[in-house]
Design a binder for this molecule. Structure first.
Ligand SMILES: Nc1ncnc2c1ncn2[C@@H]1O[C@H](COP(=O)(O)OP(=O)(O)O)[C@@H](O)[C@H]1O
Ligand SMILES: [Mg+2]
Length: 532
């Protein structure tokens, strides 16, 4: 399993700013390498000689010959399961020889590759070739990988299997530019460097990754930032397909076809898509955005395409995992907020991404707003009460043109009666927080809705037994209530806190208010309140 690099380490080591920027993420990602022994991620020092392989750092080729596996971009040569200790110049020579297996590579070409910035004596090349032969066990075990072509250079003579086409880089130069429809980021993404880096770092380990999290937490924003980095740094065609507007799950494959400009008649769209993607000269990356309401259909088409198109990868966003074969899930947490807000100075407050976001949006909305020691605790309290959810923070900050900061905090008590006025161009469900929650609530089944609204009575964390007592209903079996609770966790309505063997559950504050409102609407407030 890959280990996610903690935010502070990644950002510090990368010298990246705390907010997201393309160069920050790229820089951070450049210094992430796979450690061959642990197969986990570790931070390594950037090595300027690795520039050539950086281009493919996310999606590098894997070569297999004899009992060896070689990943040039990771500077990793494995003999079976063990890492072969070998210097970086010998590895660079191996890379060029393997990429051009069967061809004579001249001494001049080899030296230019291994010593790109200096002119060296040929004796150095001989020393490195000898080290390479030793590492490949040529002398002791009599296996044959490297042949000397007298007067010219060397040739890699063993059969090589490649999990990505051989000499991908060389062919890449002759191909048309990669196609994509990834929108440019209009909004600055605040406080997501570590998430973006962690997702990028996990991508090589999986063909399908899903970013999950609460509605409005920033799944789409982060996925698009990742997609932009993929466009900038890889050879993939990248296609973003927004599924949020679909009301019929059967339309998922049509939406993909429309995005890539494929004309299809009604039947056999999945196989037409597979044929289309297989015919592309470049590898393909699909971003299936907002899958939650068509999760089963999205999962089915994802599995179908991944098995039919060998050079395809998928990044999805959804409140709950797709549960597709081989899926790797990245749970996106809300932006950081302070636990205690009283007496917080503006300087301290700005260390929290949620507050940075509020201050930025507020200043954009209202030219005389500035975060200061006087208003910092109020802003911090607003962000804390909005659970660090960027969508909610954006909506709250947008109301500063009509209300002062203290009035805004007071209004949060009655938050759902105040219609938000978010971006006019946003999808309808983003225009208010209530709309986002309604949208997600409609996607729950009846038992999930019942359990969710009843959990609204808990002001704090609760255990499974209390949840079962509160949610108990003469007609609904306990097992269904338990299932509904675990489904609500998966769908990011309920968060789980584990402390040793103790498991407790909690509703985000936004969600709790919403659940209570639904409880009142169902006329169950008094009934359930007596049990709690
Ligand atoms: N880190 C962030 N910095 C700035 N704005 C953000 C951030 N994350 C999300 N937003 C904004 O919040 C809103 C909801 O984000 P979105 O990515 O659509 O959430 P989700 O996909 O989880 O529902 C959007 O308007 C988006 O621009
Ligand atoms: Mg989204």
């Amino acid at each position: 399993m890959s280990k996610v690099v903690p935010m502070c380490q990644a950002e510090e080591a990368a010298g990246a700013p705390s907010e997201w920027s393309a160069s920050g993420v790229q820089h951070a990602f450049d210094i992430l390498t796979i450690d061959g022994e642990t197969r986990g991620l570790s931070l390594a020092k950037a090595n300027p000689r690795h520039e050539a392989s950086r281009e493919n750092a996310v999606f590098d080729s894997v070569f297999e010959f004899g009992r060896f596996t070689f990943m040039p971009a990771r500077r990793l040569l494995l003999d079976g399961e063990s890492r072969v200790r070998i210097g970086s110049r010998a590895l660079e020579l191996l890379a060029v020889l393997v990429e051009r297996a069967g061809e004579v590579v001249t001494r001049h070409e080899l030296m230019a590759r291994a010593w790109p910035r200096s002119v060296v004596d040929e004796g150095n090349l001989k020393v490195q070739i000898a080290a390479l032969r030793k590492a490949l066990g040529e002398t002791s075990r009599g296996e044959r990988y490297l042949a000397t072509v007298v007067g010219q250079g060397y040739r890699f003579v063993a059969p090589v299997r490649s999990r990505t086409p051989l000499a991908e880089n060389a062919r890449h130069r002759d191909r048309p530019a990669a196609a994509h429809n990834v929108p440019a980021g209009l909004m600055r993404l605040v406080g997501r460097t570590a998430d973006t880096v962690a997702i990028l770092a996990r991508l090589p380990c999986t063909r399908i990754m899903t970013v999950t999290g609460a509605g409005g937490v920033g799944k789409t924003s982060v996925a698009l930032a990742v997609a932009r980095t993929i466009v900038e740094t890889s050879q993939y065609d990248v296609w973003c397909v927004d599924l949020s507007a679909l009301s019929d799950p059967r339309c998922v494959s049509c939406a993909i076809a429309t995005t890539v400009g494929l004309n299809t008649r009604s039947g056999g769209i999945a196989s037409a898509l597979a044929t289309y993607f297989c015919s592309r000269s470049r590898p393909q990356w699909l971003v299936l955005d907002n899958c939650e309401h068509v999760v089963e259909a999205a999962s089915a088409i994802a599995e179908c395409l991944l098995s039919a198109v060998p050079r395809m990868r998928i990044l999805a966003t959804s409140r709950e995992p797709l549960r597709a074969t081989g899926e790797n899930v990245y749970k996106l947490a809300p932006l950081g907020t302070p636990a205690a807000t009283a007496g917080l100075s503006a300087r301290e407050a700005l260390r929290y991404p949620a507050i940075q976001l509020f201050a930025e949006r507020a200043a954009a909305r209202c030219s005389d707003f500035a975060l200061c020691d006087d208003n910092a605790p109020v802003v911090a309290e607003i962000c804390r009460r909005l659970d660090g959810i960027p969508l909610a923070i954006g909506l709250a900050a947008a109301r500063l043109d009509a209300f002062c900061i203290r009035e805004l905090l007071a209004q949060l008590d009655d938050r759902f009666t105040a219609p938000g006025s978010g971006q006019r161009t946003g999808a309808p469900r983003h225009r208010s927080l209530l709309a986002t929650l309604d949208w997600s609530y409609q996607l729950l089944n009846e038992v999930e809705r019942l359990v969710l609204r009843r959990l609204g009575v808990f002001a704090d964390a609760f255990c499974l037994d209390s949840a079962m007592t509160i949610a108990a209903d003469g007609e609904t079996r306990a097992a269904r209530i338990r299932d509904a609770l675990s489904s609500l966790v998966e769908k990011s309505w309920v968060t789980v806190e584990k402390d040793g063997d103790t498991v407790r559950y909690r509703l985000l504050e936004t969600t709790r208010h919403y659940a209570r409102r639904k409880l009142a609407e169902a006329g169950e407030l008094g009934l359930v309140g007596r049990r709690g």
